[in-house]
Ligand binder design. Sequence first.
Ligand code: ZN
Length: 254
Amino acid sequence: MTASAEGGERAWVLHRYPYRDTSLILELFTRENGRLGVVARGGRRPRSAFAALEAGRSLWVHWRGRGDLATLLQAEEQGEVLDFAGMKGLILFYLNELLLRLTQRGDPLPELFDIYEQTLQSVALSGRQIWALRRFERRLLEVLGWAPELKVCYHCGRHLSGEDAGTWYYWPEHGVLCPDHRPAPGTIAIPAGALRWLAGDMADGPRSAWLPDLRRCLERELRGHLSARPLESHRLLAAYLARAGQDSYQRSKG
Ligand SMILES: [Zn+2]
């Protein structure tokens, strides 16, 4: 297969690694062509135009290619450089890891591209909109065809109404159960309001009390698709939080 975007297209860098003596391989997420591996020739030379390309940079790229690896012809940075210092960098790494692990090269996902971009902006600009990650995870599942039905009980077909204030159960890879059933093993109790939020447009943040349940549901759902290998970003995040806890403990002693 020969393909190209010599006219250019929008892209984000998901990952970079060295290639041969002086080159780089960049894993890009492009709007029109999905995930794409490109060789940036000479990209590790200090004066190369490609030297600064790294995760979290928004680009306009021109490339040409055949087979699995295309050649990057040109890359221009777009817009302001977003700040991914500290914890925000770990979140960026997490989002990129999900895309690298769960999407295929050459599968165009423009809708997911847009929500990815929106999520990066939320994270970089406020750093507090953790719920934007939940929205990204749910949209990712939807786009890949793995999102369970949330508005109808898996057992009895009862609809989740706008007035429902009870506790429902999220059942990963199946759907949801209404309060009329005994929770099956592996289900997660979740307020009806939180489910309505997850099933809706998620334009605004949910109640903060719902966040732990939402995180648990989505994490379990994603885990079913990630094979046995745990996410590297989860390990790094745990180490980061442990270190942050230790620092504040030492500060409180000192
Ligand atoms: Zn039911």
